[in-house]
Design a protein around this ligand. Structure first.
Ligand code: NDP
Length: 326
C-alpha cells in the first residue's frame, strides 16, 4: 500500500510516499481502508523530531474510512462499517490497523471527510470546554487562533455553553470565519507587543475585568499576553505550541496575576478510558449529525502532497481542517 514514511526527522520535505506492506489482520484489531486522513500539529512535532518517534515511522493520527477486516475477538463492528478515529498512530496510509476502542461509527448523513476532519481537533475542543476549564454560562473566555482547526470547534462549543468568546485571528478571512463561529474577534496580527496589547484589548472588551479562561494553542508568542488577560482565579489552559514552546516561567506570576491556575493538558489523558473516549466521540459526532456543530475543511491535498499540507499548516496559511486523501 502507499503510505507516508519519515526516514529521518526534519522539515516538511522529509515526508515521502513509500510502498509498504499493508498491516496484517490481527486478533482484537480491525483494518480500515481510509477515505480521508486528518493533518494535525502533532504530526509536525513528530516529523520534526520535537516529539521523538522511533525511525522510520508512518506519521498521522486521524482519519475515517470503511472497515475491510474484523479480527477475532472484536465485537460491535462489521466489514463495511463507516468509522472514524482520532488518536491512533501510523494513519497517513491507505490501510490502517485500529482497535475497537480507537473507533467511532460515523452517523448516517455525516461524510467520511467531515468525520476525519472532526475527530482529533473536536475531541480536543471537547475536553477543553468540558473538563480542563468547564465553561459555564455567562463566562467570557479567550480562544487563540480562533479560525484554526481546534479554534473554530472550541469557539462553537464554548458559545453553545452560553459563554462569550473572544477569539484572536491574523487575517480578514480568518476574522470572518471566527465571527461566523460565534467569536468576537481580536486582530493580534496588528499588535507589535502582544504581552501588553493583547491584555489591553481583552480588558477593553470586558470592562477591565479580564477573562475567566484562556485556551492557548499558540504558545510562545501569546503566553505572556494570555496570562495578563485573565481575571483573578482565572484558568490558563496552554494546550499547544504552534508558534513554539513557552520558556520556563516564575510560578510567582500566578500569585501576582490573582491566584491564577495554569495547566498543560494533552488529549491522551482525556481519552484514557474506553468510556471517556466513547462519551466524547458520541457527543462530538452527535452534534455534527444534528447540525449543531459545523466542521470546516479548509484545504484538501492528495497523500503525496503531504509536504505542501505541512508547509501550509505551519506557515499559518490554513483555516479549519487540513485533510489528505489517499
Ligand atoms: P491550527 O489550525 O489552529 O493552526 C495553527 C494556527 O495557529 C495558525 O493557523 C495561526 O492562526 C496560529 N498561529 C499563531 N502563530 C503561529 C505561528 N508562529 N506558526 C504557526 N501558526 C501560528 O492548528 P490545530 O488546530 O491543529 O492545532 C492548534 C494547536 O492545538 C496546536 O498548537 C496543537 O499542537 C494544539 N493541539 C493540542 C492538543 C492537546 O491535546 N494538547 C490536541 C490538538 C491540538 P492565525 O493565523 O489566526 O494566528
Amino acid at each position: 500500500m502507499r503510505a507516508l514514511q519519515v526516514q529521518h526527522t526534519g522539515g516538511p520535505e522529509v515526508l515521502a510516499v513509500a510502498d509498504v506492506p499493508e498491516p496484517t489482520p490481527q486478533h482484537g484489531r480491525v483494518l480500515v481502508r481510509a477515505a480521508a486522513l486528518g493533518v494535525n500539529f502533532i504530526d509536525t512535532y513528530h516529523r520534526s523530531g520535537a516529539y521523538p518517534m522511533p525511525l522510520p515511522f508512518i506519521p498521522g493520527r486521524e482519519g475515517a474510512g470503511v472497515i475491510t477486516h474484523v479480527g477475532d475477538g472484536v465485537e460491535g463492528f462489521s466489514v463495511g462499517d463507516r468509522v472514524a478515529w482520532g488518536f491512533s498512530p501510523a494513519s497517513y496510509a491507505e490501510v490502517v490497523s485500529l482497535t475497537p476502542e480507537d473507533l467511532d461509527k460515523v452517523p448516517d448523513g455525516v461524510s467520511l471527510e467531515t468525520a476525519a476532519a472532526a475527530m482529533l481537533q473536536g475531541l480536543t475542543a471537547h475536553y477543553l470546554v468540558t473538563s480542563v476549564h468547564p465553561v459555564a454560562p455567562g463566562e467570557t473566555v479567550l480562544v487563540h487562533a480562533a479560525a484554526g482547526g481546534v479554534g473554530l470547534l472550541l469557539t462553537q462549543m464554548a458559545t453553545a455553553r452560553d459563554a462569550r468568546v473572544l477569539g484572536t485571528v491574523s487575517t480578514d478571512e480568518k476574522e470572518a470565519l471566527a465571527r461566523e463561529a460565534g467569536a468576537e474577534v481580536i486582530r493580534y496580527d496588528a499588535m507589535e507587543d502582544l504581552a501588553t496589547e493583547l491584555p489591553a484589548a481583552v480588558k477593553a472588551l470586558t470592562d477591565g475585568e479580564g477573562v475567566h479562561a484562556v485556551y492557548d494553542g499558540v504558545g510562545r508568542t501569546t503566553f505572556d499576553g494570555s496570562l495578563a488577560s485573565l481575571r483573578p482565579r482565572g484558568m490558563m489552559a496552554l494546550f499547544g505550541a504552534a508558534s513554539g514552546p513557552v520558556p520556563p516561567f516564575d510560578l510567582q506570576r500566578l500569585n501576582a496575576g490573582g491566584s491564577l491556575t495554569i495547566t498543560r493538558p494533552s488529549l491522551a489523558h482525556f481519552v484514557a478510558t474506553a468510556e471517556e473516549r466513547a462519551w466524547r466521540g458520541s457527543e462530538l459526532l452527535g452534534a455534527i449529525a444534528d447540525g449543531a456543530l459545523k466542521v470546516r475543511i479548509g484545504a484538501t491535498f492528495p497523500l503525496d502532497e503531504a509536504t505542501e499540507a505541512h508547509r501550509a499548516l505551519e506557515g499559518r496559511r490554513t483555516s479549519g481542517k487540513v485533510l489528505l486523501v489517499p
